[in-house]
Design a protein. Structure first.
Length: 81
């Protein structure tokens, strides 16, 4: 696995890195939400550029995007006990 370069991100999403918005993505591009986000009432995903974000509840992102929860980050030690 590797991180895509800026050109690959732009070609796949229509946004530059740092501004990839989870909304209005190509239909064939899956939206994966890290389950760790669910511990927050509000998160601020990018809103189309690297200078703006939109406040939204993680479950609302899931509803709006048709995404799915995945385990990306290892849980904090306190959460594993």
């Amino acid at each position: 696995m590797r991180l895509p370069d800026a050109g690959e991100v732009l070609a796949a999403t229509g946004y530059l890195p740092g501004g990839v918005c989870p909304f209005l993505l190509p239909e064939d591009l899956p939206v994966l939400l890290d389950r760790a986000l669910s511990r927050f009432a509000t998160v601020y995903p990018a809103a189309g550029d690297d200078h703006s974000g939109v406040p939204v509840a993680p479950d609302r992102i899931l509803d709006l995007t048709g995404g799915r929860w995945v385990e990306v980050c290892q849980p904090l030690a306190a959460e594993r006990e």
